[in-house]
Design a protein around this ligand. Structure first.
Ligand SMILES: [Zn+2]
Length: 291
């Protein structure tokens, strides 16, 4: 599953290679890839034809291409799912095995945009933009911590109000978007916070510190991923060189904590796992029941 930095790398690649181009033709090779567009493949292609692609935008893990020239404030939202990829390829590059949608442009650049998805959990869909410029279906998604307009004070206040635990809150897309399981575990380890720490106990400086660590891990991943989008290849496959080299907590069960050498632990958590250092990230004291 691609996380925010991978999606941002794709967004930048699309901005370089696809922004400003006018759609000439859309070919849907597998109807499942546009199943969210209920009017079907022909309608999807008709509505894109002649549209000019604006600057690709992102919020959290959501990526969309605003369309100009369609008359009614539309955008194409890309759902990358588990295995979705957006590639910019020369026309004569052989079709990928799992090519689902091809977009040709009305220019002589010699490249086209391809949506490839092995497992077809992802897809493309057309949406109207809200007055805030968001696709209507993601209007409820909060800003992500890399967004300059992210409101730290409001986030802290929401955390304090919420009767929740810190990792749950970090993965709640209506509070803060784009923080997945891996980045949450990494940022909590850096902050020395246990994932079950009640949000109501976080002080303002702790929230600031946590947000700083979230931004740091994301920016570090971006810096690594950022080396690949310079070429004619916009790619997301849910994996990043960053994850192999730089993780401090996630996936390191039994390995020594890089701070204190205590073996890290893994606990089942909401159908996933949480990795943490039992010494650096002390569990909260259990709430007293009765007596
Ligand atoms: Zn430790």
């Amino acid at each position: 599953m691609p996380e925010l930095p991978e999606v941002e790398v794709v967004r930048r690649g699309l901005e370089s290679w696809v922004g400003g181009r006018t759609v000439a033709e859309v070919e849907v090779l597998h109807p499942r890839a546009i199943r969210r567009h209920l009017a079907g493949a022909v309608d999807f292609a008709d509505r894109l034809r002649g549209a000019r692609i604006g600057t690709p935008l992102r919020r959290g893990k959501y990526l969309w291409l605003p369309l100009a020239g369609t008359g009614d404030g539309l955008c194409v939202l890309a759902h990358l799912g588990m295995s979705g990829q957006l590639l910019v390829q020369p026309h004569d590059a052989p079709d990928e095995k799992h090519l689902r949608v091809r977009v040709r442009f009305a220019d002589e650049t010699g490249t086209e945009l391809r949506f490839i998805d092995q497992r077809t959990f992802g897809g493309l869909s057309l949406h109207e933009l809200t007055p805030d410029g968001l696709p209507d279906v993601i209007a409820h998604i909060a800003r992500d911590p890399l967004d300059p307009a992210f409101d730290e004070e409001a986030f802290h206040a929401a955390l304090r109000r919420r009767r929740s635990t810190v990792k749950r809150a970090l993965l709640d897309q209506s509070l803060i978007s784009g923080v997945g399981n891996i980045y949450a575990d990494e940022a909590l380890w850096r902050s020395r916070l246990h994932y079950d720490r009640p949000t109501a106990t976080l002080t303002r400086p702790r929230t600031t510190e946590l947000l700083g660590h979230i931004r740091d891990v994301m920016n570090a991943a971006l810096a690594v991923g950022g080396t690949s989008f310079d070429s004619l290849y916009v790619n997301v496959n849910g994996e990043s060189g960053y994850f192999d080299r730089s993780l401090d907590a996630y996936g390191r069960e039994g390995l020594p904590c890089r701070r204190c050498a205590t073996p890290l632990r893994r606990r089942p958590w909401m159908n996933r796992s949480s990795y943490f250092c039992p010494r650096c990230q002390r569990p909260p004291r259990p709430a007293r029941s009765g007596v």
